[in-house]
Design a binder for this molecule. Structure first.
Ligand SMILES: [Zn+2]
Length: 213
């Protein structure tokens, strides 16, 4: 996945995609849709209700707008710092940041990635899963601090499909707000691969049913 660009893939139920922070400095936005009905998509809002967490751990599933599990975190070799709060960057974000003319952005990357598969999502989704993004809740419990990712080269997260789905990634082009690691805040390449590892030790929904979700 070239720096500042997006890609998408079909992921059959039970298959796992591993997203690699190749250079250790890159934030990657992630979306997922039910392959049979793109009107149903991964929801950060509903997933926080389900997991009761700000930031997923291994074993946590993301759920859709219809409250059905779609992706489960089955492995995470990174420091585990991710974000489910912040809107994906879009053209409007860069205009607000003072950019004149077009700036590549995650929302357009999402559309480009799906277009390469011949797909078009019915609605824009600003609420992406921002993998490797460092948004720290401050001790007052309400203030957020945006920082550079603390990842290391080769850190990865692996996501198992709980339904046949389409997954999109965007190697975030953000080069103004310092979210990418390293002194230069430079967007870099990232990689993903569908893997055949056995993650059966991480239960799939509904084996793990938390109370009062
Ligand atoms: Zn972005």
């Amino acid at each position: 996945m070239p720096a500042g660009h997006g890609r998408a893939l079909h992921l059959a139920a039970g298959r796992t995609v591993r997203l690699v922070n190749t250079h250790g400095t890159q934030v990657v936005d992630c979306w997922a849709w039910n392959a049979a009905d793109l009107a149903e998509h991964m929801s950060m809002e509903a997933s926080r209700v389900w997991t009761q967490r700000l930031n997923p751990l291994v074993g946590d599933s993301f759920v859709t707008t219809r409250r059905r599990p779609i992706l489960t975190v089955v492995e995470d070799t990174s420091p585990g710092v991710h974000d489910t709060f912040m809107a994906a960057c879009d053209c409007h974000r860069y205009r607000v940041l003072g950019v004149e003319g077009y700036h590549r952005n995650c929302l357009d990357n999402m559309y480009e990635g799906l277009a390469e598969l011949g797909l078009e999502p019915p609605v824009p989704i600003l609420a992406s899963f921002n993998v490797f993004m460092n948004i720290a809740v401050q001790p007052d419990g309400r203030t957020l601090l945006t920082g550079p990712t603390p990842c290391r080269p080769g850190d990865s997260i692996s996501l198992r499909a709980e339904m046949d789905c389409v997954v999109a990634f965007s190697a975030c082009p953000q080069d103004i707000v310092p979210i990418q690691g390293g002194a230069a805040n430079t967007p870099r390449d990232a990689h993903f691969e569908v893997i055949d590892a056995d993650f059966s030790s991480v239960p799939a929904f509904p084996a793990w049913v938390p109370a009062r979700r």
